[in-house]
Design a protein around this ligand. Sequence first.
Ligand code: C2E
Ligand code: MG
Ligand code: MG
Ligand code: MG
Length: 284
Amino acid sequence: REIGGFPYAPGASVGPDATARESSPVLEATLRHAVAQGEFRLAYQPIVDLRNHRTVGVEALIRWPRAPIGPDVFIPTAERIGLIRDITRQVCLLAARDRITQRIPGSIRLSINLSAADAETMETAALLSDLSLTLGDTALSVELTERCLLSPERCGPVIRAIRARGIQVHLDDFGTGYANLQSLVELALDGIKIDHRLTRCIDDSRAAREIVRHLGRMAGALGLSVTAEGVETEAQARWLSVLGIRRAQGWLFGRPCFIEDYPAARPLAQIAAPDAASGRLAPG
Ligand code: C2E
Ligand code: MG
Ligand code: MG
Ligand code: MG
């Protein structure tokens, strides 16, 4: 069947619960074509300072406009069939282009997600190093999920090389996996991002609040910044402030959207992304 002109394997789920296991030969072939044709785009989502709601950074999130699936589905497939390094290169170039055309001011920290395969090769460190030269004196971060860190002996040197270029390394989806306290011991990092599944619980769960409070303290003691992901409500934002968390990201402050959909006349530093009512949104 076809969804929006995109051939998709019968039986494959395209909803939010679709997983990499539902990958198919059709998806693989279409993905290869997309990489060859450069069909990807970046959406950007603001990261704000909770004290004044100013945008301090943006996270680049890959979008595949032709396909009705998000990166949660196609990135794992790309990893499995060996396309991720090409995709990461394209993401870096797209981000650099947006940065250079001045649409993302240098004062705004730009975050790029890396995959496990990226974190294990010095080529990625070299790529980011080139990128940081191109971008000059601008704030750049990469986000790694803890899956990247399952082999610290391979990732450690890559992470050190990235940080040696002045690029920050943040651990994504923190608090939901199995290896992350260990990785804080083994690797020098700059920050952690508290997973949205934990953020979502802080309203209702005293346990979640205590965990977030202590994660914040622990991170502070280790010199790490903390960003809470997936903040959707004012109540969650208030709790995070009370719990000592300074930085947050989520639909409350701005959905991921394409760069041209940010109001052009106002500097990005002063705005959040348009909300669902006012802007054309990138999916997700
Ligand atoms: P992530 O890096 O943890 O990104 C956060 C995800 O949460 C994004 O999903 C974002 O759209 C979504 N999100 C943001 N705010 C909210 C909110 O308030 N509520 C809810 N429910 N969700 C929110 P997205 O864009 O679908 O990306 C999913 C994952 O795919 C990312 O998780 C990241 O691991 C991966 N990914 C995205 N772009 C790239 C990329 O360029 N390269 C690589 N290697 N992975 C990427
Ligand atoms: Mg991320
Ligand atoms: Mg995350
Ligand atoms: Mg995630």
